[in-house]
Design a protein around this ligand. Structure first.
Ligand code: AHR
Length: 664
């Protein structure tokens, strides 16, 4: 904790110019904050969000749909569904049976379910949801489905929500009629809250019924949208006040093969016509197999743009550059077949920004957003490396620059922050005059603490940097044993002072991955964890939030004896002016196990006598937040007194401190 009182035990030492903390004798530090000169503007995009559909982040997570495999498009088309009273392999089943049927070959929503009801009292069709369904007592849920009568007279579909024991907690009976496909709807209100509920369908009458797009959404989604997003999760994102939203990944952009890359055009338009795709993370890691992980694309590019708008964040889509994930197949589209990939990028710009009389602008307008999304950035390729990337990137670069010179293109330096791939990529991208280069680092906490000076060596006139994916790994990259503990978060906080101090070069940054389902994850650590009902921010989340909501507008210097604080005696610092709030903001990180005494001397402007300190601290570096204790590590705000532009206080061991003082 930062206190303004000098500990009695340390008084003599402070007076003598040193501060006795625990067993370590730290000299009292006098820091000078020079408010007279702006070093660089802090870009509004400085702290943003990286979203990827990994760890059930979209289907089963942010996307509020509760039915898994709602349109029977999974490779095993009954995955997620069960017929407890039926043997689906036996046509002589007494109660009835359901079999998926293909409407047509090609792309889109190919399958529907043909349900034969022989005994209306006996046949049941269940959906298990995404590791169950989180259902809240008193909330309203919208149940919808498409149906047509095929034979006989099945006259109604009864929907029930069940608790873990199979008891009914909500129900509705919906009459169906006619041999043409029609959409049916009912709203149901459960009388109990359950973490792992399920859906049960039964039928009235006998005969055959076609069923498709069986869907269940809470009505209380973010902004109340029908095809909406989980409110608690968007709220956590909103609270980050992100400068940008990068989507849809990550390696998911690239696909394990080119055929399975992310193709944005297949994710827009009517939701029930979007084809599903196996999620590339479903069997990527032997330690976390999730064969039931698919992308329904109900959360598609339109919804990502809409989310960006809701969050007040710049949309930053990343597209395939014609190379499948080089950790998988590395499949390459031949150079003379690259045109359609480039066209996808040009069309995306038209979709986002084009007038409503352009073909893709019209698609956007038809989806309910005639106004442009004002997209400014586009990314080409994710973690690509080698000459194959540079060769392809150049083609995109030229085509986009020619047609849309105002669009800023984000290129990538590969998966690692150093080494041959990185050096080669950076060298070649600089030659081309790349505007913004994406760097990724999944490294140890030590690496983060030691790299607070990383960007000092970067050319101020060279490409700008997008620190697009980073997270301290407590064990090893993507190890299932990695933890979102305080050591990782504190180390990231120390490193981030270096991002901020180099705001001339570093203009966008984002932690990755963003979120994970407690039972559906593949990769850890992750910034936000959720289950079917609850969610919480990790300590890493609070670090991101504190930086983002206190970024200020102008970088200024904070020094000790003329030197930046980049880890000397385990202290790190950065400072900005916030011209909107008319305040000075100083961030101090202490990674030492001992408290340290600080005197901040503010120069160049006059300060008011009262400010505040937001403190994020924890004595135990292995501590984490959890569903049971979401605020174990969370910010606390204290008052700070300032006397004649000087503030003195004790910086707690293992702490991030955000000091805000109003200017006179
Ligand atoms: O964030 C998880 C993965 O890490 C991303 O998909 C990829 O870009 C990186 O390797």
């Amino acid at each position: 904790m930062i206190t303004q009182t000098i500990k009695k035990a340390g008084l003599a030492a402070v007076l003598a110019g040193t501060f006795l903390a625990g067993n370590t004798l730290f000299a009292q530090k006098e820091l000078t904050v020079d408010m007279s000169e702006t070093i660089a503007p802090i870009q509004p995009t400085m702290y943003g969000i990286f979203f990827e559909d990994i760890n059930f982040a979209a289907d089963g997570g942010l996307y509020a749909e509760m039915i898994k495999n709602r349109s029977f498009e999974f490779t095993i088309s009954m995955m997620g569904w069960s017929q407890p009273n039926s043997d689906r392999h036996s046509y002589n089943n007494e109660s009835g049976y359901a079999l998926p049927v293909k409407y047509f070959e090609g792309e889109g929503n190919l399958n529907f379910l043909r349900v034969q009801i022989k005994n209306a009292k006996g046949y049941e069709l269940h959906n298990e949801g995404f590791r169950g369904m989180g259902i809240k007592e008193g909330d309203t849920y919208r149940f919808t489905f498409d149906a047509k009568q095929m034979e006989g007279a099945v006259s109604a579909v009864k929907a029930e929500l069940l608790d873990e024991e199979g008891n009914t907690i909500a129900e509705a009976s919906i009459p169906v009629s006619g041999s043409e496909w029609a959409n049916y709807k009912a709203e149901i209100v459960p009388n109990k809250t359950v973490m792992k509920g399920s859906l049960k369908l039964t039928f009235e009458g006998t005969g055959e019924l076609g069923l498709d797009m069986i869907s269940l959404f809470p009505t209380d989604t973010w902004n109340g949208r029908e095809n909406g997003l989980r409110k608690d999760l968007v709220q956590l994102l909103y609270d980050l006040d992100p400068g940008f939203l990068r989507f849809p990944g990550g390696c998911i952009v690239e696909g394990r093969t080119l055929a399975r890359r992310y193709q944005w055009k297949k994710t827009v338009g009517p939701v029930d016509e979007r084809p599903s795709l196996v999620n590339r993370w479903n069997t990527e890691f032997d330690h976390r197999l999730t064969p039931d992980y698919y992308q329904s694309f109900g959360l598609g590019f339109f919804e990502y743009f809409q989310l960006s708008e809701d969050l007040g964040a710049e949309p930053l889509p990343i597209l395939s550059c014609g190379i499948a994930c080089q950790f998988n197949t590395g499949e390459l589209v031949p150079m003379d077949e690259l045109d359609s990939y480039v066209q996808d990028a040009l069309d995306l710009i038209e979709f986002a920004n084009g007038s409503t009389d352009t073909p893709w602008g019209k698609v956007r307008a038809d989806m309910g957003h005639p106004e442009p999304f004002n997209m400014k950035y586009i990314g080409v390729g994710n973690e690509q490396w080698g000459p194959e990337y540079i060769e392809r990137y150049k083609v995109f670069n030229e085509a986009i620059a020619e047609k849309y010179p105002e669009i800023i293109i984000v290129s990538g330096s590969g998966p690692f922050p150093d080494g041959d791939y990185f050096e080669y990529g950076m060298k070649e991208l600089k030659k081309i005059g790349a505007e913004i280069i994406d760097e990724h680092y999944y490294r140890s906490p030590e690496w983060f603490r030691e790299n607070a000076t990383r960007y000092y060596s970067y050319d101020r006139n060279g490409p700008k940097i997008f620190a697009g994916e980073y997270a301290a790994q407590s064990v090893a990259i993507a190890s299932p044993d990695n933890k979102n503990n305080w050591e990782t978060a504190l180390s990231e906080a120390a490193f981030m002072t270096g991002l901020e101090r180099n705001a001339e070069v570093v203009q966008l940054t984002s932690y990755a991955p963003l979120m994970a389902h407690a039972e559906g994850w593949q990769w850890t650590p992750d910034m936000i964890w959720f289950n079917n009902l609850e969610s919480y921010g990790t300590p890493n989340y609070y670090v991101q939030k504190l930086y983002s909501t206190n970024k200020g507008t102008d970088l200024i210097s904070v020094t000790q004896d003329g030197e930046n604080l980049v880890g000397q005696e385990e202290l790190y610092a950065s400072a900005t002016l916030d011209s909107e709030a008319n305040e000075v903001v100083v961030k101090v990180v202490n990674t030492s196990s001992e408290a340290q005494e600080i005197q901040l001397n503010f120069e160049g402007k006059r300060l008011k006598s009262k400010g505040s300190i937001i403190v994020l601290k924890e004595a135990d570096l292995t501590q984490e937040n959890s569903f049971e204790s979401t605020q174990e590590i969370a910010p606390v705000t204290e008052e700070l007194k300032v006397k004649k532009d000087v503030a003195t206080y004790e910086v707690s061991a293992y702490s991030l401190n955000i000091i805000r003082i109003p200017l006179k």
